[in-house]
Every structure is written in structure tokens, then in C-alpha cells.
Design a protein around this ligand. Structure first.
Ligand SMILES: Cc1cc2nc3c(=O)[nH]c(=O)nc-3n(C[C@H](O)[C@H](O)[C@H](O)COP(=O)(O)O)c2cc1C
Length: 303
């Protein structure tokens, strides 16, 4: 029997496969399509303190091997999430991670503070990296100082483990990762979407009402894989790899590069049960290669 479990230090996962924020609703929407108990964990859609309508449409479009989204963090806010969603998530044996957002550092801290009083949450994922809000991609994760400030504040005010989700839209991702580690983050998630755009040549207008959006899907996998590898050489905290995962082999690449776990995003839109298949692929790989414990491949890249 293969052991797929992963110890992140602050959190035990039954396997390394989680679902990525914004691509899996609040989890409960996927119950008709798959068994949530099979997941290592699920990360819910980003939450601000108050409900938000997000950006006007069109806000989603397909590109070659990818998707550009400008949803703009539509969400129901912490209060409704805690009252209407969280109680039903407690029925499932999987780690529930809440993706938290803020227009200011204080809002991030207030969201965490509210959620600190709720049960059934394993950790927070600090979304300091969304590229498609009104700020044209100018989020805290673009600089080491702004990253340090928000991570430090949330760590000081909240008792729960914190995973900081970084932006790939930077020159040197290792500098930002080190700032988050110095500020006390328990883990890192790499990465959010790449700032992107698309143009309709007939109308000469942007295809997205927001002009800019974030690129995700298989198109970005080699880019985020490279970042995971670079960051793994610089930090000691566990890394969660995100970007373009559609199969077990993608998960293995991220783990060999240094990720302890992964999140699957855009692939959930193609097949809402894909994560179960990916977990099955991992088990098969371990059996075929006589690997008793999947965790032993983390950071095993031979260069
Ligand atoms: C429609 C959509 C909505 C998203 N919403 C969020 C969000 O609320 N918070 C967040 O941190 N990331 C959000 N993301 C980014 C994903 O969690 C993930 O980082 C990104 O899509 C890369 O992974 P993938 O290539 O597997 O999709 C969203 C992505 C998509 C496509």
C-alpha cells in the first residue's frame, strides 16, 4: 500500500493534491462530481470581509492551452461563508483552507480575525497576488516590503497556520518568497495567475471588460515549475506548487522540483472530477516505481 500522505509541519495532508482557490467554488458545489474526502485539501474562493460582485463581464476567455480570467474576486464575504458554507464542509475529511483577501493590510487581518473564531478551518492562504482587481495587478506580492508588512501583520494577529500565495508577475520570486518567510509565513503557494490580455481584432477592443486578466492552465506550467524550483533553493518553509496541473505527472514534476503539495485549478473546469484521477495516477506511479512513500520524491531533482 502506497503512503501518499504529506506532512507540511503545520498541517498533515492525506495526499498532496488540493484544489486551487477560485476554481472549485466553496467546495460544496463539487459534491455531485467527486468525493471530497479523497482530496488532500481544498482551498475555497477568495474572501474579503464583505461580499463583492467582482468585475463586469466578459471576464473569462480561453487562449492556447490556457484561460484568462478577470473575475475580480467575486465572493460572499466572511460572515455568509462562516454561516452558510463552513458547517457543511465539516462533514468532509479533508483539509479546508480559506483564501483570504483584502484591499488593505488591515482588511486581511480583519478577515483572519473573524475566521479565527470559526471551527473547521485547517489554514489560511493569504492571497496577496491577485492580478485582476482594479489595481491592475498591483498587489502586495509585487514587492518584498509590502509582502513582509501584510504577512507580518496577519501572523501577529491570527493563531492559524498561514500559507502565503505569491505572484509570478515579478522579476525575482526568491526575493519575495524570502520576505514572506522572514515575516513568519508557515508555507508558500506558488503561484497565482500571470497578468495577461487579449484583443478582438475586428473591434480593436480588449476581449475582457477589465482589459487585463490572469493567465492560468497548462500554458503556465513550465513557468511556475521553474519558480517552485528556484524558491525551493532559497526557503525552508514548505511550498505548494500551482499552475497548469492536469495529470499525475505534472504533480510529480512539481514535487521533484521541491513542492511538498500542489493545487489543481483550471483543470477542474475541464473535468470536475479530475483531482480523483490525478490522485489515482500518483498511487500508480509509486507502485510502478517501488516508491513506498510519495514524500520521498520532494526536491529529488538530479541536476
Ligand atoms: C476563474 C479563476 C478564479 C480564481 N480565483 C482565485 C481566488 O479567488 N484567489 C486566488 O488566490 N487565486 C485565484 N485564482 C488563481 C488559481 O487559484 C491558481 O493560482 C491559478 O489558476 C493557476 O493554477 P491553474 O493553472 O491550475 O489554474 C483563480 C483562477 C481562476 C482561473
Amino acid at each position: 500500500m502506497t503512503d501518499l500522505s504529506i506532512d507540511l509541519g503545520f498541517l498533515q495532508l492525506k495526499n498532496p493534491v488540493l484544489t486551487a482557490s477560485g476554481t472549485f467554488g466553496y467546495g460544496v458545489e463539487f459534491v455531485p462530481f467527486m468525493d471530497l474526502n479523497k482530496l488532500g485539501g481544498l482551498v475555497v474562493k477568495g474572501l474579503y470581509f464583505h461580499p463583492r460582485p467582482g468585475n463586469p463581464p466578459p471576464r473569462l476567455m480561453e487562449t492556447a492551452s490556457g484561460l484568462i480570467n478577470a473575475i475580480g474576486l467575486q465572493g460572499i464575504g466572511v460572515k455568509r461563508f462562516s454561516e452558510e458554507i463552513l458547517p457543511s464542509l465539516k462533514d468532509y475529511d479533508t483539509a479546508v483552507i480559506v483564501n483570504i483577501c483584502g484591499d488593505t493590510d488591515e482588511e486581511y487581518a480583519a478577515v483572519a480575525d473573524y475566521l479565527d473564531k470559526q471551527e473547521g478551518i485547517a489554514a489560511y492562504e493569504l492571497n496577496i497576488s491577485c492580478p485582476n482587481t482594479k489595481r491592475d495587478g498591483r498587489c502586495p506580492a509585487l514587492g518584498p516590503d509590502t509582502t513582509y508588512a501584510v504577512v507580518n501583520l496577519v501572523k501577529k494577529t491570527s493563531w492559524r497556520p498561514l500559507i502565503t500565495k505569491l505572484s509570478p508577475n515579478v522579476t525575482d520570486i526568491t526575493e519575495i518568497a524570502s520576505a514572506a518567510q522572514e515575516a513568519g509565513t508557515d508555507g508558500l503557494a506558488l503561484a497565482n495567475t500571470f497578468l495577461a490580455m487579449a484583443i478582438d481584432v475586428e473591434t480593436r477592443r480588449p476581449k475582457l471588460a477589465n482589459v487585463f486578466g490572469g493567465l492560468s492552465g497548462p500554458a503556465i506550467k513550465p513557468l511556475t515549475l521553474r519558480m517552485v524550483y528556484q524558491v525551493a533553493q532559497h526557503v525552508q518553509v514548505p511550498i505548494i506548487g500551482i499552475g497548469g496541473i492536469v495529470a499525475g505527472s505534472d504533480v510529480l514534476e512539481y514535487m521533484i522540483a521541491g513542492a511538498s503539495a500542489v493545487e489543481v485549478g483550471t483543470a477542474n473546469f475541464i473535468d470536475p472530477g479530475i483531482t480523483e484521477k490525478i490522485i489515482h495516477d500518483l498511487d500508480k506511479y509509486c507502485r510502478q516505481n517501488s516508491i513506498p512513500n510519495l514524500a520521498q520524491i520532494i526536491g529529488s531533482l538530479k541536476t
